[in-house]
Design a protein around this ligand. Structure first.
Ligand code: ADP
Length: 481
């Protein structure tokens, strides 16, 4: 019989009336387990549990918070092979990618365990003689963490870990497609010693569970990663209660390749950036902006490299690209390729692939001969699809790179320090990469973008504190007893 995993509310396993099968995208006959399909009343109960647990956790010793996160981190790291396999099985990343993501989640938990001990305030002399002014950071309160399917363990970790480190309590709603890693992470932290109600897991659909997690007056903050449409909806639901939001939404990230680039480096950076993790990353290099002098050589070499990539079961040895996450995402990728063709692009690759198991396999696709106004260069496709835009020179490349509604990540491949420096200064993205892929970031530095990509304070590293804490300014009179 298929095993079942319940929601975790107030430290207890809470069963639901309906259950959702977690299906492997590499082999749709493989059901990992059934997971609770939570309701809005489960969500309300979870918010209540988080509210009840808040004052205990907010005033808990930083040592206690650090210890829980550190113990949780150790277990995640110790179980990296097993959890990596689960991640590859439920999401479709290759095993090395999945294992790497699990280790990153462990490192994130460890890092924020340390941060719990570094929540220092400031002290300054008042402008009124003798008074002392202090500025301290207090927990924001009850935080809803709403996450997408493409990084099933790392994204939840980078929201939950700082939330807990700074004394907040959490209601966590993972994406419907990837409840497996979410449940394991919540269970690990529960067993690592979190008091009841400090971290609650409500699995279920955004439509049913989401409005409670974002619209409740008992929620003080929402940290969300997902699509622009959902993010904008959350902005509307949170506004009436002035709930603080941190929204990470899409990207349409340019990778500029200049004439003087090392061709091998350019091809490798583009390949990894565009098709790594099946292109299902908000930091994927989806627009390849290539200057005239290297364009034909680059496109020929990238086409060869892309066509040599082995697409297959995420858990098979030697697979370089796993399947697309589900049938509707695959159809969306194909729709965008059809539109790209209609608008005059030449599509290389991008065909459905047959493999021994029934999975959602798509060959990597490169759309050649595009302009920046074409749909494939405006909308986030979120699949193994990249488009090439030919430009005359660096100046045009920079203008095209910045001409987007988004502004998450951007990159350049060049041997010119002057060009790289100019690009770093003038790119209007939140993260800029020189001779490395636009995707693939460190966990101890800020992550985030501009314009439609992000809203609210940055995530990750020490900057995470800005979202998960509120500042208190205190004045102390001289000679106070
Ligand atoms: P994706 O295309 O990555 O699935 P979504 O924005 O649809 O992006 O989903 C990201 C997360 O937001 C998922 O956990 C999803 O369930 C959740 N979500 C979807 N709709 C809502 C909503 N109305 N309110 C809150 N969360 C939602």
């Amino acid at each position: 019989m298929t095993s079942r995993r319940s929601n975790i509310i107030g430290g207890r396993d809470v069963a639901s009336e309906q259950w959702t099968p977690n299906v492997n995208p590499s082999d749709t006959s493989d059901v990992i387990a059934e997971y609770a399909h939570g309701s809005s009343s489960d969500a309300e109960e979870a918010v209540g549990a988080a509210r009840d647990a808040l004052s205990g956790w907010a005033f808990a010793s930083p040592q206690q918070r650090a210890d829980v996160l550190d113990r949780g981190a150790n277990e995640v790291i110790r179980r990296a092979d097993e959890l990596g396999e689960l991640l590859a099985r439920e999401e479709g990343k290759t095993l090395p990618e999945a294992r790497g993501e699990v280790l990153r989640a462990g490192q994130i938990l460890k890092y924020h365990g340390g941060q719990a001990l570094r929540n220092a305030g400031e002290i300054i002399d008042s402008v009124r003689p003798g008074l002392e002014v202090t500025m301290t950071r207090e927990p924001l309160g009850v935080v809803s963490v709403i996450t997408p399917w493409n990084f099933p363990i790392a994204i939840p970790a980078w929201k939950i870990a700082p939330a807990l480190a700074y004394g907040n309590t959490v209601v966590f709603k993972p994406a419907e497609l990837v409840p497996g890693c979410a449940w394991e992470q919540a269970d690990i932290l529960r067993r690592a010693g979190l008091p009841e109600g400090v971290l609650n897991l409500v699995m279920g659909t955004g439509r049913e569970v989401g409005p409670v997690l974002t619209g409740s007056a008992d929620v003080d903050g929402v940290s969300f990663t997902g699509s622009v449409t959902t993010g904008e909806g959350i902005l509307a639901t949170t506004t009436p209660h002035r709930t603080r939001v941190q929204l990470e939404m899409g990207g349409k990230n340019p990778l500029v390749v200049l004439d003087d680039a090392d061709l091998d480096v350019a091809v490798d950076v583009a390949l990894q950036g565009a098709f790594g993790a099946t292109g299902q990353r908000c930091t994927a290099s989806s627009r390849l902006v290539v200057t005239d002098g290297i364009h034909d050589r680059f496109v020929a070499a990238l086409t060869d490299a892309m066509q040599a990539w082995r697409v297959g079961d995420a858990r098979d040895d030697g697979t370089q690209m796993g399947p697309v996450v589900n049938a509707s995402q695959l159809e969306q990728d194909e729709r965008y390729l059809a539109v790209a063709r209609d608008e005059g692009g030449e599509v290389r690759g991008g065909e459905r692939l047959k493999r021994p198991t029934a999975g959602h396999y798509l060959a990597p696709a490169l759309v050649v001969g595009t302009t920046n106004t074409m749909t494939v260069n405006r909308d986030e496709v979120f699949g193994p699809v990249a488009a090439v835009i030919r430009v005359a020179d660096f100046e045009e490349a920079l203008a095209v790179a910045n001409d987007t509604e988004f502004g998450l990540s951007s990159g350049i491949v060049t041997r010119s320090l002057a060009a790289a420096s100019h690009f770093r200064r003038h790119s209007t993205a939140g993260m800029v990469m020189v001779n490395v892929p636009t995707a693939g970031v460190d966990y101890h530095v800020p992550f985030g973008g501009r314009r439609a990509s992000s809203c609210g304070p940055r995530e990750q590293g020490s900057y995470a504190r800005d979202f998960f804490t509120v500042v208190k300014t205190s004045y102390v009179a001289p000679g106070s007893p």
